[in-house]
Design a protein around this ligand. Structure first.
Ligand code: COA
Length: 156
C-alpha cells in the first residue's frame, strides 16, 4: 500500500478526528468496554486540539485520503495519536509512521521515545523495539480512565 507522510494542518482537524474515531472504535473494541470507547472518541474540533496540531503532528495519506496519524513531542520523546484506519490496517502504515517519528527524534538528538500503549497495540510497539509490560491507567483530558501499557524505546 503506497502512502505519503506529511505534517498535519488545521484544515485536517476534522478528518483526523474522524480517523481517530474509526480507528479506536474499529480496532480497540475487543480490549475496552464499548461505552468507554464511545466516550473516548466523543471529541470535537476545539482550540486545545488545534493547538496540538501545531506541534509535530503528522498524517499518512493515500490518494488524498488520510489513513494514519501520529505525533511526537520533541522536547521529551512522548509519542501519541498513533491511529490507522481499520480499512488500511495491517499494511505497514503504523510501522511507517513510527519510523518517521523515530527519524525526527534521532535527528533532534533524543535518546529514545516513550508512549502509553493501548492494550491492543502493545504487541505492535513491541515488534518495533519498545519494551514495557506493566499495565497502568491513562487518564484522558475529560477524566476517563483507560488501561494502558507504558513503553519506551531507547536508541542504541
Ligand atoms: C496499532 C496500529 C497503529 C498498528 O498499525 P498497522 O498499520 O495496522 O500496523 P503495521 O501494518 O504497520 O504493522 C507493523 C508490524 O506490527 C505487527 N502488528 C500490527 N498490529 C499488531 C497487533 N495488534 N498485534 C501484534 N502485532 C501487530 C504487524 O504484524 C507488523 O509486523 P511485521 O511488519 O514485522 O510483519 C493500528 O492497529 C491501530 O491504529 N490501532 C487502533 C488505535 C490504537 O490503538 N493506536 C495505538 C494508540 S497507543
Amino acid at each position: 500500500m503506497s502512502h505519503s507522510i506529511r505534517r498535519a494542518q488545521a484544515v485536517d482537524a476534522q478528518a483526523l478526528l474522524d480517523l481517530r474515531k474509526a480507528s479506536i472504535l474499529g480496532l480497540c473494541a475487543r480490549h475496552y468496554p464499548h461505552e468507554d470507547l464511545v466516550a473516548f472518541t466523543a471529541v470535537e474540533v476545539n482550540p486545545a486540539f488545534l493547538a496540538i496540531l501545531e506541534g509535530h503532528f503528522y498524517l499518512a495519506e493515500r490518494e488524498g485520503i488520510i489513513v494514519g496519524s501520529g505525533l511526537i513531542n520533541l522536547a521529551d520523546g512522548q509519542v501519541d495519536a498513533i491511529f490507522v484506519h481499520p480499512a488500511a490496517a495491517g499494511h505497514g502504515v503504523g510501522r511507517a509512521m513510527m519510523a518517521y517519528l523515530e527519524g525526527l527524534a534521532r535527528s533532534s538528538g533524543l535518546a529514545g521515545m516513550k508512549l502509553e500503549a493501548t492494550l491492543n497495540a502493545a504487541a505492535f510497539y513491541r515488534r518495533l523495539g519498545f519494551v514495557g509490560d506493566k499495565q497502568s491507567v491513562y487518564v484522558t483530558r475529560n477524566g476517563l480512565a483507560l488501561a494502558c501499557v507504558p513503553m519506551v524505546k531507547t536508541f542504541s
